[in-house]
Structures are given as C-alpha cells and as structure tokens.
Ligand binder design. Structure first.
Ligand SMILES: [Zn+2]
Length: 256
C-alpha cells in the first residue's frame, strides 16, 4: 500500500487474479470505501478491454493466408520427385549394367584360368587384366549403394538382382584369387630353390585350403546377403570382399 492507497501492481494483480485471498479481501474492503483506487482499477479494466478488442480486430482483419492444399503444392513436389526418380533410374541402370559387365569379364577370364591350371605361367597369370577390370566394375556398382537415399525407386527386386550379380561376380573372382594364391605359393617355393615342376607338384598345399576357404566364403556370403538384401551391412561385406579380391589380384604385379 502506498500511503493510504494500493499500488498499481496490487491493482493490476487484483484485475488479473494473481493476489492471495487475504490480499484480495483486504482490497475488496478498501475499494468499497476508496473512489481513487476504484478509478485506477476502472482505468486498468478499460485498458485491458481495449487491448482485447484491438487484438480481436487485428486477427479479424488479417488477410487470410492462401489455403495450402495438396493440389496447390503438388506440381512443385512432383517435378522434384520426377527429376530425382529419373536420375535414380539412370544410376540404377548404370549400376546393374556395370555389375553385368563385370560378371561377363570375370567369366571370360575363366577360360585362360582353366589352361593355366595345367600349364603354369607366372607371367600370364599376373598380366591378365580381365579379373582386375571385373573387380573394379563390382567395386563401382557397390560403392554407389552407400550414398543411396532409402526408398526411392530402388526396389527390393533391383537390390536382389544387384546382390546376386555381385555375389556371383565375387565367386568367380574368388577362383582367380585361388590361382593367384597358388602362384604366390609356387613363387615362394621357387625362391627357396625348387624347380617349377616341383613347385607345381606342391601347389595343392595352397590350392586346397584356398578352395575350402572359397566354398565357405561363397556359401556363407550367400546366406549373409540373403538375410540382408539391400541393407548397408550387405553392401559393406560386398565392398570388403571386392577390395580384398582386388588387392590379391594386384599383388603378383608388384612381386613378379
Ligand atoms: Zn485507495
């Protein structure tokens, strides 16, 4: 209370019902007897009503915003989606074509491989570029899968086809890897002083474990990918397989 009257804050508190009951009763009694405080209260009440009214008028007079309907924004949305879908289709087509090319190259590289198993030639094995090019194709087809936004036009079918192509491709390149491992083994044996004929006779020591590993990786990989088609882990394992295979293919070029 200021002197014998209530403060402005108290009167505003009375108006907005923020006072305690005791304070409120005290003020009720005072207001009955005090025209000054009644006037101050009335002035604040009038001001509050004016603010209310002005606010309502502002809201009423505000220009209604244009109705946002799906039809209104659809053209913009659709053109954006259509462009990216076309782009995705192009990328998908290129990806599958790359994987198919890789598989064809890998299969073609098997013909000299069959001959090499009977007549061994380090030089020939190390310089056949087909498996390396095939591996690079598989790598390109796999790398694109990591940046893919989920959902857009990359169907489960397409992911399955691509996974199958890459799995088959890595299986074929795996056969080339067995040959490389055999060559590396024979090279080590010959460096020890053996003749090529003796090294060739010992080569099953490298070929058999490599072949068993190949079977395990091919069958295990099939099971792993089948459960995770189109998922990041599946692409990651394919990428890892391809990188290891590529390094193995390139190794003889540095050694022989
Ligand atoms: Zn008063």
């Amino acid at each position: 209370m200021i002197g014998k009257h209530f403060s402005e804050e108290m009167i505003i508190g009375y108006l907005y019902h923020t006072l305690t009951d005791a304070r409120r009763e005290e003020m009720d009694v005072h207001l009955l007897a005090c025209p000054h405080c009644r006037n101050v209260l009335a002035a604040h009440e009038a001001q509050q009503k004016q603010i209310d009214l002005a606010l309502k008028q502002t809201i009423m007079n505000a220009p209604a915003s244009a109705p946002v309907s799906f039809a209104a924004i659809a053209p913009q949305l659709r053109s954006g989606v259509r462009l990216s879908a076309r782009w995705e289709r192009l990328v998908n087509g290129f990806t599958v074509a790359t994987a198919v090319s890789g598989l064809i190259l890998a299969l073609l590289s098997l013909f000299p491989l069959v001959q090499l198993f009977w007549a061994w030639d380090l030089h020939l094995a190390a310089t056949d570029p087909l498996p390396t090019i095939a591996s690079v194709c598989f790598g390109l087809a796999t790398v694109g899968q990591f940046e893919r936004r989920p959902g857009i036009s990359f169907s489960h079918l397409l992911a399955s086809v691509l996974t199958l192509l890459l799995w088959l491709g890595t299986a074929v390149i795996g056969l080339q890897n067995i040959l490389v491992l055999r060559d590396l083994f024979m090279w080590v044996v010959m460096v020890q002083g053996s003749t090529p004929q003796a090294a060739l006779r010992m080569s099953p020591l490298a070929v058999l474990p490599a072949a068993i590993l190949w079977v395990i990786v091919v069958i295990g990989g099939a099971e792993y990918h089948r459960r995770r088609i189109g998922q990041r882990e599946s692409w990651r394992l394919l990428a890892l397989t391809i990188v290891i295979q590529l390094l193995l293919l390139l190794l003889p070029r540095f050694l022989f």
